[in-house]
Design a protein around this ligand. Structure first.
Ligand code: G6P
Ligand code: MG
Length: 217
């Protein structure tokens, strides 16, 4: 039986992708690099340094590790200013009700986000107390689609993988959940091709009743 949930953050609980995109776009422009829409999509769920590398790969200059660390820090500084305005109103439709409902019914939840800013974001959304823990991405050897982050998020719940549903909006995350042995719940168009028993068009459709209904189908 399902007893807990592991949550991706960006694109599942709130839409910070637009802020990541804005901050990376500004950096790319400073470096005279193109920033096509397709690249913005590919960056979802990708760690900070891997995202930077994908942006730098649009050009042919090579940079030292120090320069790269400096670019990433600049982007993050910009990003952090963009998220200071986040409030509980920025929780995606239906997600507050879902998170409150599972807590009230005794399910446990943890966060499996690649973002080092996840604790700040949860605090601004007023959601910190709804989660048992947040995986610290700086402890990870591999990013999604490697299952490590979901394995750790499951350990925080002290549950077996079979007792856990993981929520994701990106294919790399869905694969990470599945390879961690948890049941993947995919949300949105980016994961509609992933052949999931639990697929929802949008966050507003994610309810315990709808999940139970799909699981018994
Ligand atoms: C999430 C976002 C990515 C972001 C990554 C790292 O996975 O979807 O776009 O690059 O977190 O975020 P951070 O806040 O640590 O730079
Ligand atoms: Mg996401």
């Amino acid at each position: 039986d399902i007893k807990g949930f592991t949550f991706d953050l960006d694109g599942v609980i709130t839409d910070t992708a637009k802020f990541h995109e804005q901050a990376w776009h500004a950096l790319a422009t400073e470096l005279s690099l193109p920033f096509p829409d397709e690249l913005a999509r590919q960056l979802k769920g990708i760690s900070r340094m891997d995202s930077l590398q994908m942006i730098l790969d649009q050009g042919d200059k090579s940079y030292t590790d120090d320069e790269k660390a400096n670019f990433a820090a600049r982007k993050n500084k910009h990003y952090v200013t963009l998220i200071t305005g986040l409030t509980p109103n920025d929780i995606l439709p239906g997600m507050f009700d879902f998170i409150a409902d599972i807590k009230q019914k005794g399910y446990v939840a943890s966060i499996a986000s690649a973002s080092k800013n996840a604790p700040t974001i949860l605090k601004q959304l007023g959601l910190t107390d709804y989660f048992i823990g947040i995986v610290d991405p700086s402890t990870l050897a591999h990013g999604k689609p490697n299952p490590e982050i979901y394995v750790k998020a499951g350990e925080l719940l002290k549950l077996a993988p079979q007792q856990i549903i993981g929520l994701e909006d990106a294919s790399a995350g869905v694969k990470a959940i599945q390879d961690a042995g948890q049941t993947a719940l995919g949300i949105g168009p980016a994961v509609s091709q992933d052949n999931l028993q639990l697929w929802f068009a949008d966050t507003a459709s994610v309810t315990l009743d709808n999940i139970k209904q799909k699981l018994t189908q």
